[in-house]
Design a protein. Sequence first.
Lengths: 232, 952
Amino acid sequence: MDRRPPETGPLVRVREVRKTFPLPGGAPVVAVDGVTFDIDAGGVVALTGPSGSGKSTLLHMIGAIERCDEGVIEVAGQPVNGLSSAAAAAYRRGIGLVFQRFHLLPTLTALDNIAVPVMPLRTDFDKLARARELLDMVGLSDKATALPSRLSGGQQQRVAIARALINRPKLLLADEPTGSLDSHNGAAVMDLLLRLRTEQHTTIIVATHDTGIASRCDRILHLKDGRLTGLT
Amino acid sequence: MWSMTMAQWRVGIRRSGALVALIAAAVAAFTLLTSAATAERLDAVGTVVANYRPAYDILVRPTGTRLPLEQQRNLVQSGQLAGMNGGITLDQWTAVQQIDGVAVAAPVAVVGYSMRTVPVEVDLTSQLDPAAERQVLRIQPTWVTDAGLSAIPDGAAYLYVTRNPLRQPPPTKYVGQLIGPREHSDGTAVLVCADGEGAGISPLAGPARSSLTCIGGPGSTGYDGRPVTAAPVLRLGWSIPFLIAAVDPVAEAALARVDAAVTSGRYFTDGEGPRPYSFPEPLSNPPVLSYDGVPILMADRPQVDTALRLDTQRLGPAAVRTLRTVADQNQVRTELDALPGATVDQRQVDLQEIYPGFVDRIRDPATYSGDYIYGDGVHSSTPLLGTYWTVGPARLLPDGDGLRAETVAQDPKIWGTGSSSGDIAHSVPMELADIGVRGGIAVHQGLDRQPTVVGRTSLPDVGLQLIGTFDPAKVDIGGALSAVPMDTYFNPGVTGADDASRRALRGATLRPNANLAGLLSQPPLMLTTIASLPRLLGEEDFNTHPAYPEYQLRPDAPISVIRVRLAGDLSIDPVSREKVRLTAARIAERTGLQVDITLGSSPTAVPVAYPEGRYGRPALTVAQPWVRKGVAVVLVSAIDRKSLLLSVLVLTVCGLAVLNAATAAMRTRRLELAILSCLGWPRRKILSLLLLEAAGSGLAAGMLGTALAVGGITLFGMPTDWRHATLATPAALALTLVATLWPAWRATRPDPAAAVRPPVSLSLRRSRAPRRISGLALANLSRTPGRTLLGAAGIAIGVSALTVLLAITFAFHGAVTGTLLGEAVSLQARTVDYLSVAVTVLLGVATTADLVYLNLQDRSAEIALLSAVGWPERLLHRLVAIEAVGIGVLGGVAGAGLGLGAAGWFVGHVTAPLTWCAVTALLTGIAVSGLSVLVPMAVLRRLPTAQLLAEE
C-alpha cells in the first residue's frame, strides 16, 4: 500500500485537539487544550514551548501513541484518533519517530537497530540493504556492527533517525531529538533532518525547547499550558 | 532505621504485601505438606506393618516345583495345590518341625478327586398336557459354568407318559431279546421303553448321557406283578469332584484355626486315622459291607461354579409314534433327538441348593441307599472310595509379561466307562468334555484285599467316614493385603487381566468348575489326616491306571507343601528378617527342599492366557492372584525415601520462591540503596536496614502462614497437631533472612555508581546480532543471566519434582507391581503427592511469572519503542512468550535431568518408563512456563508507551 500523502493540501490537520491526564486524588491535568493547525507536505515545523507545555503529548497524539480526548487529527486525510491497536501499529509503521533518549535496543547492532521496525514483518524490499543505505546516509557506514554502547550520543541519535526512515515515511516526528546532545551534535542532527526534507521531501515535526533548533524550521508553533500561543 | 523501614513498607506496600503473601503461601504450603507427608508416612508404614505377617512365614515345596517366572520376579504361585501330588517325605516334615524357631509346620498332602453324585428331581406334573392320552416330554439339561460364559449341553432325558397301563414282564432276558414294559390299550400290547443293550462307551458320549423313562397309567405293574404308581418326576444325576487332602490336625489347628471353623460334628483328634466300619447295604452281596473309614472333614459349601439349566419341551405326535414303533431304545433316543418340540418350562438349579445332599449322603449313607445312582464304580450313596483321580499341574508357558496355559489333549477313557443303556445318572460331570490344560491325569481304582470269591461282589476296602463339616470362610488365611497361597481352603478365582477379558467376563470372577483338567482348581472340599494316608495311597488298596510313572501314588513322599510359622513376634525390623532368613536357610539345608519366605509378601496379579473353551468361553487373559515376596520391606524403604524426598523438594521450592522474591525486592531498590551509599551510609548499616526489613516481612509472613496452615489443617481435617503449624513463623523468618542475605549483600556493594547504572547488563562481545524475534528474545534472556537462571531454577525444581513424583508412582507399580499392599499404600500416598506436585508447579509458575514481569518492567522503554515503531501487540506478546518458554526449556531440561537422576536413585536404576516420566515432566514445565506469561501480558497491555518514551 502506498502510504505517501497527496502532494497538495495539508498533510497534517489538527482541529480543536484536547488531551487531559487524570491525577490520583486531584483534578485532571490538561496537557493539550483545543489546539488547531495544519502542516503542509514537505514542511519542517517546530513545536516549541517550556517543559510541560504539551509538545510531546501533541507529537504522541499525531504519532498515534496517545489518543486525544477531543478534536480531530488527520494525517494524509486519514483520521488518526480512534484507531484500533493493530491499525495504530500499522499507521506508526508508515511514519517515523525519533526520541530524545534514542531508545536503541542495547542487544542489537546499529544496523539491526535501524531494521528493528521491519524485523518481524514481511517487506517488498531487502531490509538489511535498506538499513545499510540509511546507515550510509547518516554517515555511520563504518559503525554497522557496533552496539549502541559503543556509539556516542550523536551517533546513537543518527542511528535512531535512520531507524525512523526505514519505511520511507512522509512524516517524521522528532521529540527533542537534540535534547540529549551537545550543541555540536545537536546541530549535526538538525542538519540531517533538514537534508531529509530536501532530499526525500519528508514532512518533519520537531518538538524542541531549543530556540536555535526551532529557528531553522519553516514554521514554529509555540505552546504554553497546552494551548497554541504563537504561529510563525 | 526503624522509621526508614516503616517508610519503606508504607511506600512499597504493594510490593511488600506481595512478598509477604508469597512467603506466607510458601511456608504454609510447606507446613501443610510436611504435616500431611508425615501423617501419610505413619499411615502407610502402619498399613505395611499391620499386614506384614501373613498366615505363615515360610512355604516349603518339593524341589523342582518352582516356575521360572517365580524365580525371575520373586513370586510364589497359587492355585496349584491340586496338581501337586506329594514330593515331601514324612521324615522331611519331621526335620522341619525340629528346626529351632519353628512353631508350626503344617503339611498338606493332596490325595486326589473323588467323584460324588446326587439326584436332582424334576417334577413335570404341571408340564404335562392333561388332555393327551400319550405324550413325550424332552428335558434338555445344560450345565452353565465359567461365570456364565460356557453352556455345556448334556444328553436329553425323555419322559413318555401314557394313561394306559404299562406292565413289566418278568426278567427273562436272553441274548438278542429286547425286554421292557408293554403298553396295553385296545386289547393290544406294544413294547415301549425297552432296556438298552448297554454297550460300554465314554461316559461323556451322547448315548451315555441321554435317557428314556416311561410312566404308565392306572393298572401298571412291575417285574413282580405288583401295581406300580409313578409320578412324573425325573431324577437326573449331578456329579462333582471333591478334592481330598490330608492335613495334620494339631498343626492345622495351630496355623489356620480349622478346629474353630467346624460347623457340624467334630474336628479331628490328634493322630486320628482310619477305623474299621461296617455298613448295611441290602442290595449288595454280602449285605453288610466292611471297610476302613478314613476320617473326613467336609466343606459345608461348594467352591465350584456350576449351575444346571433345564429346558422342558413337549414333543408332537411323531414322538409318540416313534416310541411305539421303534423297539431299540438307542434308536428311539436318536430319532427323538431330531424332532422339534415346544418349550413348556425353563428352570435353573444352583449347586448351593443341592450341595447339602452330597454331605448328607456321606454322613448318613443308609438313609439314601435307595438312590440307585452309581458313581465312580460303586453305589454313590455308599461311603466306599471306589475310584479317585489325580491331576498334574497346569501347563503354563512364559508369554510376554505373564504366562500362557497350553491345551493338553485328554484321553476320555481316563474318566471311566459309561453305558448306552439309558441310565438317568452319570458318574462324571459334563465339564470334563471341555478343553484341559493339565496333563498326567491318573485314575486310582480301589481294590479288595480279600481274595475274590465266586458269587461275591468285590468291593474296595477304603471308605470315607464323615466326622464333621467346616466353613472355609472361617479359616484364618490372614489379611487381604498379605494373603498367602492357602489353597487348602480357598480359591479366590480370577478376574480379567485386560479390557477384552473383563468385558467378556462382564466384570465377574472366573471360578473353578468340575473340569479337573481346567486352569483353576478347587480347594480341597474334603480334609483327612496325615495318619490316613497309608490307606489312601497304598498299592494294596488302589491300583493306578494308566501307569503314568511321574504320577504314581507316592506313599513314600505324600506331602505336597509344608507351611511354616515361626515362634515369637516378628516385625519388619532387620533382626526379625534375619531370623526368618536363617530358619529358611536351615530348612533348605536340612531337607533339600525348595523354600520361599512369605513373610512381608502381598498378593499380586499374574496374567495368564487361558485358551478358548469348547462351549462358549472365549480366550481370556486372567489375572491369577499370586504372591510377591518381600513387598513390605520394599514398600517401607520406598515410603521413607519418598517422605524425605518430598520434604526436601517442597523446602527447596519454597526457598527458591522466597529467594527470587527477595532478589527482586532488592533490585527494585538499587537506586535508593545507591543514594544511601552515596550519602555515606556504611555497608553494614545498609545491610542491617535490609535485613531488618526482611525480618519484618518474614515475621509478618510467618504469622500469616501460621494462620493459613491452621486454617488448612482445620479445613482439610488433617490428623496433625495444630501446633505443628506454629513452625511456620520461625520457618518463614529463617527462610526470609537466609534468602535475603545474599541479594542484600550484593545490593550493598561499595561501588555506589555501579548501583545506579542501568540494571540491564550488556553483552559487548556479540559477534552476530539477532534478526528474528526468537533471537531477540534469547538475547534478552542472556542480558540478565542471573535472573534467567533463577527463573529456570524455579521451573527446574518443579519439573524435577514432577519427574520424581511420577517416578514414585512408577516405583510403586514397578517395585511392587500391582500387589494389594502396594496399591493400598500408594493409594494412601497419592493425595500428598498430587498436592506436592501442584504446589511445586504453582510456585515454579509464580517464580517465572514474577521474573518475566520484572524483565518487562526493566525493559519497558524498549517494549514501548517497539510498540511505537509499529510492532503489533501480538508480536510483542510473542516476544515475551518466547522469553518465558526459553526459561521453561532451560529449567525444564535441567529439572528433567535432575529428576531423572533422583528417580534413578529412588527406584534403583533408570528405566524407559522413568525416562518417559522425565519427558512428560519436561513438556509440562515448558507448557506451564508458557502459562506464566499471562499476567505479564496483561501488564504489557497497560504499558504507558508515551510516558516511557518521553521519560528522561
